[in-house]
Design a protein around this ligand. Structure first.
Ligand SMILES: Cc1cc2nc3c(=O)[nH]c(=O)nc-3n(C[C@H](O)[C@H](O)[C@H](O)COP(=O)(O)OP(=O)(O)OC[C@H]3O[C@@H](n4cnc5c(N)ncnc54)[C@H](O)[C@@H]3O)c2cc1C
Length: 459
């Protein structure tokens, strides 16, 4: 409860799906919400691959959180990296450019999400960026378009081949979408743009240690996705575990123990996630367990053992095998808000958190997607239209929806890419940030000691 000098204080960590939707769900309540996040935007991660391949601009998928919440009078947005949570003192410590602030809470909602996992091989990140942030997507855009530019200048065939071979690691939805879009870029968008090279000859290789494409969609849809990718010219190599990555290539190991090297400058890592390290700190203080991906084992009502005032939602939680998808975070955030409302009103709490599975979808190329809704599985054009509609609904803001629709028309009805700008900063920023030291690289992956596994089989 609040006290005579202040209303009930809710602190929310993270401006992703869990953080933003829980804050919005509290808009009519007699509480003061402080949302603390290390980026000033709400990121729509499912469309990051479209930023990386020049279809959308970063602004379209990352509206300013401050702007989104501008009319919500009981919410305050604070930019900062949360460095500590003290469950006894009920405070959150956060840092912004060296300025440290301690914010007290009555109820805490932790929605800090997950980062990329390299299964204990963090050194791979330098040569095979993941896809978790706007920085990642812009860096990849620079690397993808930059590879074609360098290939145009290459003097030896081997160099051209290396530059025109793109490897995507991880055949889950992100890897499939990425491989499909690089293929469309090479075979459709760029086909007339160069004079020395022929972009249509670019090789796109999709690798996974697991035996199937889109494992979570089942064999039937996975098989269809694989056939569609192969028809588009993507080489799908399954049962191939990545054992080394360097500036000019990638080494894979096959089930029979043999190894081979693929010469490739541009590699994309779309395999594996590990939960925010804040989960480990909460686990230490509350005695909750942590799974192999660093996700915290919450109680049925999404709270921590012995701490009903602390909710954890979204990608950070391990509960009844719930998947790391946007709907789990959105529904978890809304559930936490409802529990807070009931507690303040002194009414009966809601029962355990029940996730309503609204289905899953992945695009493969323009006009082609796979979808699984309840027991119904379908693929092709209808699935693609459904994918477009669902993603449009969840993009925040009317303005962003309109421009996204426009850019999709340019890319899917025509063959253009509206966002082909690449700057030096995009390509070299990661190295520059690394040179500044760990303190200034909050978005780079931090993998827990024990290896994470998201079911892709990599690791
Ligand atoms: C490339 C990609 C494609 C995806 N495609 C799909 C899809 O098609 N469909 C689907 O349902 N799901 C998809 N997902 C998964 C989905 O995006 C996540 O499940 C969802 O974003 C989880 O929401 P969250 O709120 O838990 O975390 P996030 O959305 O990741 O938000 C975490 C927030 O916490 C902040 N944060 C983290 N650490 C700190 C800290 N220490 N201090 C302050 N702030 C911090 C971050 O800046 C961010 O604002 C995809 C994910 C990726 C990466």
């Amino acid at each position: 409860m609040g006290t005579p000098d202040h209303r009930h204080r809710v602190v929310v960590i993270g401006s992703g799906f869990g953080g933003l939707f829980s804050t919005q769900a509290l808009r009519r309540d007699e509480v003061d919400v402080t949302l603390i996040a290390r980026t000033s935007h709400h990121l729509f991660q499912p469309l990051l691959y479209q930023v990386a391949t020049g279809i959308l601009s970063e602004g379209e998928i990352a509206p300013s959180t401050r702007e989104v919440l501008a009319r919500q009078k009981n919410a305050r947005v604070v930019l900062g990296e949360v460095t500590a949570i003290d469950l006894q003192a009920r405070t959150v410590t956060h840092e912004t450019m060296g300025r440290v602030t301690v914010t007290p809470y009555d109820t805490l909602i932790v929605a800090a999400g997950a980062g990329q996992s390299y299964f204990g091989n963090d050194q791979f990140a330098r040569y095979a960026p993941g896809m978790k942030s706007i920085d990642d997507a812009l860096e990849l855009r620079g690397r993808i378009f930059g590879s074609f530019e360098l290939a145009e200048l290459a003097s030896a065939p081997a160099e051209t081949d290396r530059l025109m071979t793109f490897v995507v690691v991880g055949a889950g939805p992100t890897g499939v979408e990425m491989a499909g879009q690089i293929a469309e870029l090479a075979h459709r968008t760029l086909k007339r743009d160069f004079r020395t090279i022929d972009p249509k000859t670019a090789r796109i290789i999709l690798l996974d240690a697991a035996p199937t494409v889109l494992g979570s969609f089942g064999r039937k849809l996975g098989g269809r996705a694989r056939r569609r990718l192969e028809k588009m010219g993507v080489e799908v190599r399954l049962g191939a575990k990545v054992v080394d990555v360097d500036p000019t290539g990638i080494e894979v190991e096959h089930p029979d123990g043999t190894r081979n090297r693929i010469e490739s400058v541009c590699k994309v890592w779309a395999a594996g996630v590990s939960a925010s390290p804040l989960g480990a700190s909460l686990a230490n203080q509350s005695g909750a367990g942590l799974d192999r991906s660093g996700r915290i084992e919450v109680l049925d009502d999404l709270t921590l053992p012995g701490h009903p005032e602390v909710f954890v939602v979204g990608d950070m939680i391990s509960l009844r095998d719930l998947p790391g998808v946007a709907q789990v975070a959105i529904q978890g955030g809304r559930y936490a808000a409802e529990q807070i409302r009931r507690r303040l009103a002194g009414t009966e709490p809601k029962g355990p958190f029940e996730y309503v599975d609204k289905g899953s979808m992945a695009t493969i190329s323009r006009f082609s997607a796979v979808a699984s809704v309840g027991r119904v599985q379908f693929s092709g054009f209808i699935a693609w239209i459904l994918w477009l509609a669902v993603h449009l609904v969840y993009i925040i803001g009317f303005k962003h929806r309109v421009t996204t629709l426009l850019h999709w028309s340019v890319s899917f009805l025509g063959r253009g890419r509206a966002e082909r700008v690449v700057t030096e900063q995009q390509v070299f920023a990661r190295q520059a940030i690394e040179a500044l030291g760990e303190r200034f690289q909050p978005h780079l992956p931090r993998v827990p000691e024990d290896r994470a596994d998201n079911g892709t089989g990599q690791g």
